[in-house]
Ligand binder design. Sequence first.
Ligand SMILES: CC(C)(COP(=O)(O)OP(=O)(O)OC[C@H]1O[C@@H](n2cnc3c(N)ncnc32)[C@H](O)[C@@H]1OP(=O)(O)O)[C@@H](O)C(=O)NCCC(=O)NCCS
Length: 199
Amino acid sequence: MRNPSYLVMKGSEARQYVQQIADLRISVFREFPYLYEGSIEYEKDYLETYFKSSQSVVVLCLDDKEIVGASTAIVLSEESPSIQKPFLDQGLAINEYIYFGESVLARDYRGQGVGKEFFNYRLEFARTHSMARWAVFCAVLRSETDPMRPTNYSPLNSFWHKQGFEEWTGMKCSLSWKRVGEMSETSHELQFWRKSLKG
Ligand SMILES: CC(C)(COP(=O)(O)OP(=O)(O)OC[C@H]1O[C@@H](n2cnc3c(N)ncnc32)[C@H](O)[C@@H]1OP(=O)(O)O)[C@@H](O)C(=O)NCCC(=O)NCCS
């Protein structure tokens, strides 16, 4: 991809791309460590949180006219109860957090700086919120011995550290989705990461 271009829009303007974003999420998150057996119904429900929010952003990466990547962010106060839960449980002020949803990029386009740009655009969005003190996201936790773990799997921890995020000890949440090969949804534990927006 010689010249990736980016479309940055409010969540409400991204509804027209629901099918393309859903297709990307379903194919990318099918891979380890997410192992998500996606469906368009789950996607529409999940993405609606971003589409209906007045304080969310969607970044699309295009190769010519094809959407090859997508990334999202939203104020934590408009995320789902499952994501808010650990913050509320610990008495934290949820208006001080901007939640970064996913970054999904088609495999052929990785390693060319797009993931870094996704963080830059979302940090720019986060910094427009004067109350926000932290950018946060969560990543699924999988056992080292998970039989589905590819032998050449490289975790993204070093990538996230390079973007200035640190693992937030004691902050985890649980989300449900259907894991590949399973009949129904099960609960998955995710670890929060955070980056200060000040200084
Ligand atoms: C996350 C993702 C969007 C990163 O995109 P990318 O365009 O390949 O990342 P970049 O090219 O911007 O890489 C940025 C830096 O991180 C490093 N990096 C990227 N992927 C890495 C990996 N798997 N392991 C270690 N380092 C990695 C790059 O080498 C680069 O380092 P540099 O700044 O020293 O050059 C892409 O890997 C992806 O779609 N993964 C699957 C979905 C996923 O797990 N998303 C994250 C959770 S929602």
